[in-house]
Design a protein. Structure first.
Length: 87
């Protein structure tokens, strides 16, 4: 999976988690939603872990994979990916 595909998958899973969270706020006893929430949470954590091993950390709040710190420094900054920036 390339960087763009990973990030798109992470965004979809995060949206799904938020949606399930809102649903569970209204229907806290729904076992199917609880199971789905647990499964999607695990998939999201694994996807983020895989992304960070390959491309570097997504956040700087201490939970990121840190076995490859040069990826943090050598990855392009968000504004460097835009038109006219480094690629």
């Amino acid at each position: 999976m390339n960087r763009h595909e990973y990030l798109e998958k992470i965004q979809k899973l995060q949206f799904f988690i938020i949606d399930l969270n809102l649903y569970l706020d209204n229907f806290p006893n729904c076992e199917k939603a609880k199971t789905d929430y647990d499964n999607i949470s695990c998939e999201l954590k694994k996807t983020i872990w895989d992304y960070e091993k390959e491309y570097g950390p997504l956040t700087n709040f201490g939970a990121a994979y840190f076995q490859n710190p040069e990826k943090w420094v050598n990855s392009p900054w968000p504004w460097e990916k835009s038109k006219g920036g480094k690629k």
